[in-house]
Design a protein around this ligand. Structure first.
Ligand SMILES: Nc1ncnc2c1ncn2[C@@H]1O[C@H](COP(=O)(O)OP(=O)(O)O)[C@@H](O)[C@H]1O
Ligand SMILES: [Mg+2]
Length: 142
């Protein structure tokens, strides 16, 4: 596991951009960490780094946002997903099979199930100050 520290939203976005360059098609990026930690900010960086041009927003109500581009990104919020059936219905496995990079916020809800996809894990923790974050990354070398 590698540990990174960011001191602003922009630094977290930049870390996401940096990770995007290292991701093979069909990779799952599984996010854990509480509300407001910067999961969606990191996903914005992923989208930018993958060359997606659609604007990134939290998929809380839609469950999934799909961003088009040369390397598409499917951005899930699993907060309100409670079963494997729900995941399947939302197209989760289809996006992976199609070779999209799939980002999943609130992956703690499905840690065991998602482990089968050999995800890159991103855990975001609060740091010392209000804009400090500790970001633990496992499964890819940055
Ligand atoms: N170092 C940081 N990294 C990411 N976001 C930060 C940071 N410092 C402050 N913020 C703020 O925290 C919030 C993170 O929001 P968001 O990315 O939607 O979090 P989440 O998806 O984890 O709920 C934003 O308001 C952002 O401006
Ligand atoms: Mg979010």
């Amino acid at each position: 596991m590698a540990v990174f520290h960011t001191a602003s939203r922009e630094e977290t976005v930049a870390l996401g951009r940096r990770m995007a360059a290292k991701l093979a098609p069909g990779t799952l990026v599984a996010f854990t960490g509480g509300l407001g930690m910067g999961k969606t900010a990191f996903c914005q960086g992923l989208a930018e780094g993958l060359g997606c041009t659609d604007p990134v927003s939290s998929p809380t109500f839609a469950i999934v946002n799909y961003y088009r581009g040369p390397r598409p990104l499917a951005h899930f919020d699993l907060y309100r997903i409670h079963s494997e059936d729900d995941l399947e219905t939302a197209g989760f496995y289809e996006y992976l099979d199609q070779g999209a990079v799939v980002a999943a916020e609130w992956s703690e809800n499905f840690a065991d199930l998602l482990a089968a996809e050999h995800p890159v894990w991103v855990n975001i923790l609060p740091g010392a100050g209000p804009e400090d974050r500790t970001i633990e990354i496992e499964g890819v070398e940055l």
